[in-house]
Ligand binder design. Sequence first.
Ligand code: RB5
Length: 149
Amino acid sequence: MIAIGSDHAAFALKKEIEKYLEEKGLEYKDYGCFSEERTDYPIYGELVGKAVASGECEKGILLCGTGVGISLAANKVRGVRAVVCSDCYTAKLSKEHNNTNILAMGSRVVGVDLAKMILDTWLGATFQGERHQRRIDMIHEIENRNINF
Ligand code: RB5
């Protein structure tokens, strides 16, 4: 199950991506928003971040105007590794080396076709483990060392 969320700026892109997931036979759960009425991206970053970090969903897709704000919000949830992508190379390497569990994109940055291509690249890439796992563990140790201020 893929968790998906967006703010108002990326609502239309989210609908396109959902249609694409349906065509591909991939299940998703939409965590909002549900219209183009102005809202705040941290809400959806946290909801999708929690869904992924808790294991309720295997991975997530987050969309806002740039992909930046919503990915920053998601990355505050312990266990989330969200990447903002506007190119396929970053999407591929972010999975192979960083085992990203959330893909963020910006509706004001990428067109619909590029967003689909980036998504395909990210979904199709495989984490390479080994030395990369050690570095990911180091990232999560940073989370654990910095919880009291
Ligand atoms: C909303 O105007 C915009 O700030 C938001 O979608 C996003 O780009 C923030 O990072």
